[in-house]
Design a protein around this ligand. Structure first.
Ligand code: KG4
Ligand code: ZN
Length: 339
């Protein structure tokens, strides 16, 4: 098995990648649906599925052409099987499985989080196993240990909103565009510290679970009582961002102390946030950590990580069964047994 073709369609990015088992990533391309969903202030599942269906073939053709390869050169197919939006997942799963069936080559459905967790291995200088991952995106907020491929330990996760979701909802409530994370970050730079102090949710009790819906509600109450002008937006953005970053940093420190690990990987769209980076940098200095930030294109949803995770599974002998099966919800715990 040499060349793997991979698809990612779990949410609002259509992505295709080609990966060479010996030489690594050949190329990867992505079509973002942000513009489609922007006017609705969040991802509309039905529109996401339709757009995946429209884009998957042209994107595949483009990816093959730019690598000067054809379908005849593909030895196996990987795709995201879940968790995610069912309609969106079905587009990728049906397309990938049909292709594999027509070509009589193996296919493998990949857990989206497993792909995120192994994404740092795409870098030239990957972390050594085991390492801790803080996964912070629009859909996930989790702290996990990657012991080795197929062995992941969930230490804690959000009990309600994902961090990115809280950024997006806080921005939306102040009348700002989607996605809210980068907008809140830019606004926070003009904010004055100290006007409001937001809580650090769940830091006053033991454990590694997180919660962000209370912070979002706190932001709403604060906004309602404020003059709702430009300065209030900036001050609120700053107070919110600082609270999120400090909360995440406290939980990372706890997880590192608990596990004794010294390598921390930050992944997901929120990993782009500069304040989060500088807050964790302080932790790095304090705890003598190795901090890893996979390239932004490998941090956010992409098919390169699906190709890498799929290849590990294919090489270990995992194969799809004949049915096409996708999962909206799917715990990362014990996924080896479930596959
Ligand atoms: O990983 P990602 O691209 O997509 C998924 O959620 O799967 O993450 C997108 C999330 C959005 O909620 C967005 O607001 C947030 O990441 N985000 C940020 C920043 N850039 C993106 N949040 C805070 N600061 C940023 N600079
Ligand atoms: Zn993701």
């Amino acid at each position: 098995m040499k060349t793997i073709l991979a698809f990612e369609t779990s949410c609002d990015d259509t992505a295709v990648a080609l990966y060479d088992a010996e030489h690594g990533l050949i190329n990867h391309h992505l079509h973002s649906q942000i513009e489609t969903h922007q006017q609705y202030g969040g991802v509309v599942p039905e529109l996401a599925s339709r757009d995946h269906s429209a884009k998957i073939v042209p994107l595949l053709e483009h990816t093959l052409a730019s690598a000067a390869l054809s379908l005849e050169d593909i030895d196996a197919v990987a795709y995201t099987k879940g968790p995610g939006l069912v309609g969106a997942l079905l587009v990728g799963a049906c397309f990938a499985r049909t292709l594999a069936w027509a070509r009589n080559i193996p296919s493998i459905g990949v857990h989206h989080l497993e792909a995120h967790l192994l994404a740092p291995m795409l870098e030239e200088q990957p972390p050594q196993y085991p390492f801790l991952v803080l996964l912070v995106s629009g859909g996930h907020t989790q702290l996990l240990v990657v012991h080795e491929p197929f062995h992941y330990e969930l230490l804690g996760e959000t009990l309600d909103d994902a961090v990115g979701e809280a950024f997006d909802k806080t921005a939306k409530m102040m009348g700002l565009a989607y996605p809210g994370g980068p907008i809140i970050e830019a606004l926070a730079k003009q904010g004055e510290a100290g006007r409001w102090v937001f809580p650090r949710p769940m830091t006053d009790r033991p454990g590694l679970d997180l919660s962000f819906s209370g912070l979002k509600t706190f932001a709403l109450r604060t906004w309602e009582k404020s003059p709702q002008d430009k300065q209030a937006q900036a001050d609120l953005a700053l107070a919110f961002e600082v609270a999120v970053c400090e909360t995440l940093s406290i939980k990372c420190q706890r997880a590192l102390t608990k596990t004794g690990l010294t390598s921390l990987v930050i992944a997901g769209g929120v990993a782009a946030n500069k304040r989060l980076r500088s807050t964790l940098q302080c932790l790095q200095d304090k705890m003598r950590l190795e901090l890893y930030y996979p390239r932004q294109e490998f941090c956010t949803d992409n098919a390169a990580m699906v190709a890498y995770a799929g290849l590990q599974r294919l090489q270990a002998g995992y194969r799809d069964e004949l049915t096409i099966d996708v999962r909206a919800r799917w715990s990362i715990q014990n996924i080896t047994k479930e596959h």
